[in-house]
Design a protein. Structure first.
Length: 273
């Protein structure tokens, strides 16, 4: 199969990939993969070995799409379309969840049923604890691109909320949904994602970003992230550093506990499993 081929032909592949440039367009997930393990980046983005379907990805996509449509209805209702677009309620949120459910990647029907039921529970908690009719969504799933050196950084912001529209510039807050475990303080402090997203919102949309936060849907927790000018400068500089390493074809492995969750631990001779 393809994995066995790459495992046996590693030297040949290294020779063939000399001219491959994966840095013309880079995403946060791309950079994050490199920071997790440069060799994993090589397998995923250079050799393009496909990964298997993941229940976590299907679940996360389901939640994101559900909340996108829910807040689209909130936005349309806020814009005076009430009567045409009703203010969505908990029942509507769960209907959207059913519509967007992705049944791919689960270990079994029982596993899928358990996760689907769990999803309903956390969305109900989200509606009662984290949703407010005072929220003013401005942009949803906003795709963007920002030039960073010779590369273009691309991404998508889950939600941009209006905080204050009384001044010359709209003051906004960036909201990013996460499924999975809550990031610890150390990871939040070195976070690149939201400072970069804030950079885009200011450079491309002309907004003033006064706050940013992760919403950890499965745990019902909200964590604020520093998107000050200093953090935005640091994030841009860090991107350049990572891109330079990728351009140098520096794909040395950094084996550790993440190996056990890596899609490529079967092919990688450096994996600790």
């Amino acid at each position: 199969d393809r994995i066995s081929h790459f495992k046996s032909q590693d030297g040949i592949v290294d020779e063939e990939m000399k001219d491959i440039d994966t840095t013309k367009r880079v995403s946060y997930s791309q950079l994050n993969t490199y920071e997790d393990c440069p060799k994993k980046y090589k397998y995923s983005y250079v050799l393009k070995i496909p990964s298997k379907p993941h229940a976590s990805l299907s679940f996360g996509t389901t939640i994101h799409n559900t909340l996108k449509d829910f807040y689209t209805l909130v936005k349309e209702s806020n814009e005076g379309l009430e009567g045409i677009v009703e203010k969505p309620d908990e029942k509507k949120l769960l209907e959207l969840y059913e519509t967007h459910w992705i049944p791919i990647g689960y270990d079994s029907k029982a596993h899928e049923k358990k996760r689907k039921s769990f999803g309903k529970i956390i969305l109900k908690e989200f509606y009662h604890n984290l949703y407010s009719e005072d929220q003013r969504p401005y942009r949803l799933e906003e795709s963007f691109s920002v030039h960073v050196g010779e590369s273009v950084f691309v991404g998508k912001i889950d939600r941009i909320d209006i905080v204050d529209d009384s001044g010359e510039k709209l003051k906004v807050e960036i909201v990013d949904y996460k499924t999975g475990k809550v990031k610890n303080d150390a990871n939040i402090k070195k976070d690149l994602q939201l400072p970069l997203y804030a950079l885009f919102a200011e450079e491309k949309l002309g907004l003033e970003v006064v706050g940013a936060k992760y919403v950890f849907i499965e745990h019902g927790e909200v964590v604020s992230v520093d998107v000050s000018d200093d953090r935005k400068v640091q994030a841009r500089e860090r991107i350049v550093e990572i891109i330079d390493k990728i351009k140098e074809k520096n794909f040395s492995p950094t084996p550790g506990y993440l190996c056990r969750y890596c899609d490529y631990n079967v092919v990688c001779e450096d994996a600790l499993v």
